[in-house]
Design a protein. Structure first.
Length: 402
């Protein structure tokens, strides 16, 4: 299994852009939790915290693809630095506004800037893998490496932001997020040798679309997963606090990511016999089944076990989704397409977090996990329903729109 990964990691420039990508996107696992911790620490309830977290995610979903399109046309080295500057400005402004008791509307406006201008580091790195290994069998392993990195991020990030928030302060936790995003993003942008070649606008490329029926279904499945992610994070904060173990929030979220990391390692190294659409459907069904115990947990040990098991269903579905996007869209628009699918995750998060927050405030802390179960069920249904469409799309040209 290890030889599968070492082969692709030996390619020139890979270790550098993978490492920079890890640093640059570590904040994605920290910022939503940092927002929730900060807003609730300064006197607001979980519904408000979930709504503000959703504002950040939704702005990234709506505005993020425009930045990604700019990267495809101008190159990552040219487009990433100004986007990073706006992201950091918005994030630090949010921390200052909340800590000084300003209105939630102003705080939300700052999050619109921060989220909307966030360069999608994961899409930038995956576009580099696709440009380097285009058409090679090792591309699946390259994408699996990024899936594994994502899980490491969600193992390291939540405990880190929790410790900084509790030991120092919530504004310091968000300042750390801004610093990591700046260092990693600029480091990645500086690596010009491995960045995909910029795609200049031409009459032909302007008509080259990527939004096929298969692409829409994959994005819909990821949106349902996003609802699951947003609800899981808000609910875990609330439940650990209710159980009297708020300091264990990061640990529970890390166990969730560890479960996903283990299955990601195994899944990424295997060459399955089943077709890609079938693998995608099976991964969706498995995810829907293994999250079912979450709303029933009533103790911290039970929560830790249920979270780890639930996480085991995440990586396979995400790895298959990214692989499908790479096959379904033109290479010249891959960064944009991957960002759109990530936007699907963000839209789901924008729905899941506030809905879970409302259930927490009106029913119970554990009731928020019902949104997790619902999101996973929708992801499973969409993945199964997508099989015939994906088979046709991968077998030949599919109708698409620009």
């Amino acid at each position: 299994m290890l030889s599968t990964y070492t082969e692709v990691l030996r390619r020139p420039g890979v270790v550098a852009f993978v490492t920079a990508g890890f640093v640059g996107r570590l904040p994605i696992s920290m910022i939503p939790l940092g927002i929730v911790l900060m807003v609730t620490a300064y006197g607001s309830n979980f519904a408000v915290a979930g709504a503000l977290s959703a504002v950040y995610a939704l702005s990234a979903a709506v505005l993020g693809p425009w930045g990604a399109r700019w990267m495809d046309r101008r190159g990552q080295a040219a487009a990433a630095p100004p986007l990073l500057a706006l992201q950091v400005m918005g994030l630090l402004s949010f921390a200052a506004l909340v800590s000084t008791g300003r209105s939630p509307a102003l705080a939300a406006a700052a999050l619109v800037v921060a989220g909307g201008c966030t360069p999608n580091i994961g899409s930038m790195v995956r576009a580099r893998w696709a440009a380097m290994l285009n058409g090679e069998p090792g591309l699946r392993s390259g994408f699996a490496v990024e899936g594994i990195i994502d899980e490491v991020i969600f193992i390291v990030g939540p405990p880190l932001v929790t410790v900084v928030a509790l030991r120092l302060s919530e504004p310091w936790a968000l300042a750390l997020c801004a610093a990591l995003a700046t260092v990693g993003g600029l480091w990645l942008a500086a690596q010009r040798a491995t960045q995909p070649a910029p795609r200049r606008r031409t009459a032909g490329s302007a008509r080259q679309g990527f939004v096929s029926r298969g692409f829409v279904l994959v994005t819909a499945a990821l949106a349902a997963m996003g609802a699951m992610f947003g609800a899981f994070e808000v609910t875990t904060v609330a439940l650990t606090r209710e159980l009297g173990h708020e300091g264990a929030t990061g640990l529970v979220l890390a166990l969730y990511a560890i479960g996903s990391l283990v299955t990601g390692l195994i899944f990424g190294a295997r060459h399955a016999v089943a077709s890609v659409p079938v693998q995608f459907a099976v991964a969706g069904v498995v995810l829907a089944v293994i999250v079912l115990p979450l709303p029933l947990v009533t103790s911290l040990p039970a929560l830790a076990v249920a979270a780890c098991v639930a996480g085991m269903g995440v990586s396979p579905l995400l790895i298959m989704a990214v692989g499908l996007v790479e096959r379904l869209v033109p290479a010249a628009r891959l960064t944009e397409a991957l960002t759109v699918t990530t936007s699907g995750l963000a839209v789901g998060l924008a729905v899941g977090a506030p809905v879970a927050g409302h259930l927490i405030d009106t029913v119970s802390a554990s009731a928020g996990y019902l949104v997790v179960v619902g999101g996973a069920a929708v992801a499973g249904l969409v993945s199964v329903a997508s099989m015939p469409v994906l088979r046709r799309s991968l077998a030949g040209p599919d109708e698409s729109t620009p």
